[in-house]
Write a protein that binds this ligand. Structure first.
Ligand SMILES: N#Cc1c(-c2ccc3ccn(Cc4ccccn4)c3c2)n[nH]c1N
Length: 242
């Protein structure tokens, strides 16, 4: 997978050199490049913003630098990338979207700042590539860089070979529509708190049942919306919630 990220703060994306994403890049599973939007400015002050038409607070990112950046990173003669634009007005980012993005050949992220990017940038891009505005959640950030870090981490861990134990992908939260069960490791007792006996029993059938029960209980308590999305539960699952 190829990923290009455009930002006026490229150093914000430095964590993409670390840990599993850094290893995926070193192993050639992910070709990632971060670009400074000011590369595509031509004035002495390298200006990327201007006042908003119609008035209002803050500044808006000018279309010209973005137009040239997208022309350079999504040339007409190559297969078009999928353009992702983090935005408070975007569609909520979900694990399902992470799976969708993990199947793409080329992702191009546009990190806005200020009050956002001139809408015409997205409208013009949409004439030649798929464009998705995406939001992490109902709160407001300073810009899109943090969202790119989150999105890229969730997508990269889905790429074949990146996670050593593929099994962990199958059992993780949101993979089955439930929150994860609690996890424990040694010692068996710590500051008066013991590991649930069932987890040390070696009875894998009962352990799997216990984990599902705990996942159901946690989901019912913390994310009733996720439980509702599961639809009708079978008798055994309903019993776990009684
Ligand atoms: N993803 C995501 C986001 C963002 C986000 C993403 C990109 C930009 C570019 C500028 N701003 C600041 C800003 C403030 C006010 C109105 C518009 N824009 C961003 C915020 N906020 N919250 C999320 N879940």
């Amino acid at each position: 997978m190829r990923v290009d990220v455009v930002s006026i703060f490229p150093e914000y994306l430095a964590p993409l050199d670390l840990s599993l994403i850094g290893r995926a890049r070193a192993r050639g599973m992910l070709q990632l490049a971060v670009h400074d939007l000011r590369t595509w400015t031509h004035d002495v002050h390298r200006t990327v913003d201007d006042t908003p038409y119609g008035g209002g607070p803050g500044m808006v990112m000018r279309p010209e630098p973005w137009g040239e950046a997208l022309d350079a990173l999504a040339p007409a003669q190559a297969p078009p990338p999928r353009l992702l634009v983090p935005s408070p007005a975007g569609a909520r980012f979900t694990q399902a979207m992470a799976h969708e993005l993990a199947a793409e050949e080329h992702l191009l992220f546009a990190c806005g700042r200020y009050e956002g990017i001139d809408q015409r940038v997205l409208d013009h891009a949409a004439t030649r590539m798929p464009v998705t505005e995406v939001s992490l959640g109902d709160y407001v950030l300073f810009g899109g860089e943090v969202a790119v870090l989150v999105i890229l981490e969730s997508v990269t861990r889905l790429l074949p070979g990146v996670l050593g134990n593929a099994g962990s992908l199958d059992e993780e939260s949101h993979a089955h529509g439930l929150l994860e069960a609690p996890v424990y490791t040694k010692p068996p007792s710590w500051r008066g708190h013991d590991v649930p006996e069932i987890l040390r029993s070696g009875d894998h059938g009962r352990i799997a049942r216990w984990r599902r029960d705990e996942a159901l209980r946690r989901t019912a308590e913390r994310r009733p919306d996720m439980l509702a999305a599961l639809g009708d539960l079978d008798r055994r699952d309903r019993a776990a919630l009684e």
